[in-house]
Design a protein around this ligand. Sequence first.
Ligand SMILES: C[S@@+](CC[C@H](N)C(=O)[O-])C[C@H]1O[C@@H](n2cnc3c(N)ncnc32)[C@H](O)[C@@H]1O
Length: 273
Amino acid sequence: MQIHETAFIVSTYRSYHEDISKDIYAKLWNNPDTDALIPEILTTVSKHEAILHSLRNRFFYEEIRGFFKANNGGTLINFGSGFSMYQFSFDSSIATIEIDKKDIIDYKKDKIDHWTKEHKLPQRDIQYTAIDFNQNSIQQIIAILSPMIKKKPIFILIEGVFFFLDRKTTNKLFTVFKELQNPGDMVGCVTYLPDVEQTEVYKRLLHYFDSHNDTNDSFSHQTIPHSYFSKIEGYTLKEHTDEFELSKIYTTDTNINSKKEILNETMYILERH
Ligand SMILES: C[S@@+](CC[C@H](N)C(=O)[O-])C[C@H]1O[C@@H](n2cnc3c(N)ncnc32)[C@H](O)[C@@H]1O
């Protein structure tokens, strides 16, 4: 399993439940290689994965939309953006900066430009930059991003990424966020809490990654405790929820009875103070 494959997989999950995810453009990324990977994950890890990722998308869709509506636009900076398509569902007052590894960014820019020319996507103000969060320093990342920010306020999204990073890189990114943002700006992020490590479903996830190990692409399996998010320098914890709670709001027939039976991720909204 390579990291870019995880970006295709979560995008495909969103396309299965457009009514929940609100991502009507995710299906543009669907492809036979990813379609071939998904059945094994749903049967050997958890059948709820597609709906959970759609719920996660819905949460951030509502949060980002609300933030930019209240502020008449601004800039969405998406760290580890993968094949996220939020900007096409919002109006054109929102500028977007997409950050990911070079192979993903090059591929995404090429495809988006092509689909925009074909009028499959609306025209949006999007800039792309390739950054590896493990390899670039705080100063390098700030030097790349600062000149790209033309509109304020800033909503930073880092969704489905912390799992693949270690704590040192996570701390580094929060220092970058603090430098880039001003009071009132927001960060939206996602993590597994350490409790998840005890569940059978999480053990099945790690086993799936281990048994599909790709030597070219190593990544961590980070979980982060709740207390981390209430102590980040420069930020106030505004809101948090998890996919189990979201399932009660946005779905009626998932048959999810307990948090322990799903890969339950927790979403955080932090405000720069
Ligand atoms: C599971 S995907 C999530 C993509 C997107 N945020 C979403 O929710 O659909 C994880 C993304 O993080 C990116 N990523 C992981 N480690 C990274 C690193 N060290 N530097 C930059 N991007 C990274 C991957 O390339 C991938 O696009």
